[in-house]
Design a protein. Structure first.
Length: 437
């Protein structure tokens, strides 16, 4: 292989993969490789795959095949990440155009293959820190120790590995210096951070939040994604409520609303405790926005169990909730479970859940009408009658997974403005800019 000078990187899957790809890009650009927009112009094409569920695996394979089919002579195609951690041999065997396969976390090996002296890259220059729009992701840990029977992440990522606090503080400051006005904390389970370093269960995240809050300053939002339900502690609630730059938003993937189903999933199944910490969150932060996700059609799920899920979601009235079809994954406890639910039943249940959630989300959105909120501007345009309009997010909307706010007026993407909310749709809010910050 000739010494490469350019690369094209394709990232599939969740924000945690985005963070991994940014790490690889910093290695490559530190080694003086140049990114190119079009794959045909690159010496090396790299795909960071997703292997979480069957659909994501299929999308990853489709992308790899398309890039392999379009390869020209002299190009190198490298496939890495979650899917190849599980199915690297199958990828190599089924797509002859793939030149190299790497698993999870082997980014230094990828860089070395591309003639980068990784030992000579001691730090990340500020100019290379990647910020997309006003928000940036900070992955505080990788891996997971939870025993969930539907999830293949422990097989892919391994056990929990928390990033050192000092490194996270330094990276957060670097992202802010590069223009980030919001830092979104991600990991398989944020609330487990520090347990592998000897900290008591659920005790690490509140302390880390306090460090990050002070380090980035009062004007930078901190947002929490992926909190494990049994670790949403009173200390975490109190910390979120007391720090002015931690937005009142929490994503707690609950997966189901039937205790019987949750036991089969090997998930926390004390739903009274869930109701309890949600009451605690809302008492401490009356304006808090809650996101969750559920699985429809887990093996053995009966009509009665699904009805419990509907009732549970209706009782709590989440602002944002997703419902995913159970995806049967090899190497998980649920793979060989009896009573696999037919696909048509999964689809019907998912659709029924989402119809209910649409009504709940619309009602929750209406509580913001009449309020004036800070908004991070992500884009600008105009209406059919040429009225200028901007699109962005308030604390209510996490990047990529929730709705948007559309406001009449002009503002620069990346800036922060004050917006008065005048209308609410099922998922989006509408208003007008009243002041710029």
């Amino acid at each position: 292989m000739a010494v490469p000078r350019t690369y094209h990187l394709v990232t599939l899957g969740c924000p945690k993969n985005d963070v991994d790809s940014e790490h690889l890009e910093r290695l490559l650009t530190g080694g003086e490789l140049l990114p190119v927009i079009q794959p045909e112009a690159a010496d090396a094409i790299i795909v960071n795959t997703c292997g979480f569920i069957e659909q994501s695996q299929a999308e990853s394979m489709e992308a790899v095949r398309a890039l392999a089919d379009g390869k020209r002579d002299g190009q190198t195609l490298i496939v890495a990440g979650c899917m190849t951690q599980l199915y690297g041999g199958e990828v190599r065997a089924s797509v002859p155009g793939v030149d190299h396969v790497f698993g999870v976390g082997q980014w230094q090996d990828v860089a070395k293959l591309l003639s980068v002296d990784v030992t000579g890259i001691h730090d990340i220059p500020e100019r290379t820190a990647k910020v997309t729009g006003p928000s940036a992701y900070l992955k505080i840990s990788d891996g997971c120790d939870a025993p969930c029977t539907f999830c293949v992440i422990p097989r892919i990522k391994g056990q929990l590995r928390s990033a050192p606090a000092g490194m996270l503080v330094k990276e957060a400051q670097r992202l802010v210096a590069s223009g980030a006005k919001e830092i979104v904390l991600v990991g398989q389970d944020l609330t487990a951070w520090g347990e592998d370093q000897g900290m008591a269960v659920a005790s690490g995240l509140p302390g880390l939040l306090r460090m990050l809050s002070e380090a980035v300053g009062p004007d930078v939002w901190l947002r929490l994604m992926y909190a494990y339900p049994s670790r949403v502690s009173s200390e975490l609630v109190e910390t979120m409520a007391s720090l002015p730059n931690v937005v009142h938003y929490l994503d707690v993937p609950l997966q189901h609303g039937s205790e019987v189903t949750l036991r089969r999933m090997k998930r926390p199944h004390n739903l009274e405790r869930v109701h309890g910490f949600i009451r605690e969150l809302r008492a401490a932060m009356p304006d808090i926005v809650l996101r969750t996700s559920f699985i429809a059609g887990f093996p053995g799920e009966t009509d009665a169990e699904f009805a419990e899920l509907l009732a549970f979601a209706k009782a709590i009235h989440f602002d944002h909730a997703g419902c995913f079809l159970y995806s049967r994954q090899q190497w998980t406890g649920a793979f060989e479970m009896a009573e696999q639910v037919p696909d048509e039943v999964k689809l019907e249940r998912r659709d029924r859940f989402m119809r209910q959630q649409q009504r709940i989300a619309a009602k929750q959105a209406r509580r913001f009408v009449g309020k004036t909120l800070d908004m991070l501007v992500e884009g600008e345009g105009e209406t059919e009658d040429h009225t200028p309009v901007v699109a962005g997010r308030t604390y209510r909307e996490a990047p990529e997974v929730d709705g948007l706010v559309f406001a009449t007026g002009t503002a620069t993407p990346g800036s922060r403005v004050r917006v008065r909310i005048e209308e609410a749709g099922d998922y989006d809010l509408f208003g007008s800019i009243v002041t710029r910050k």
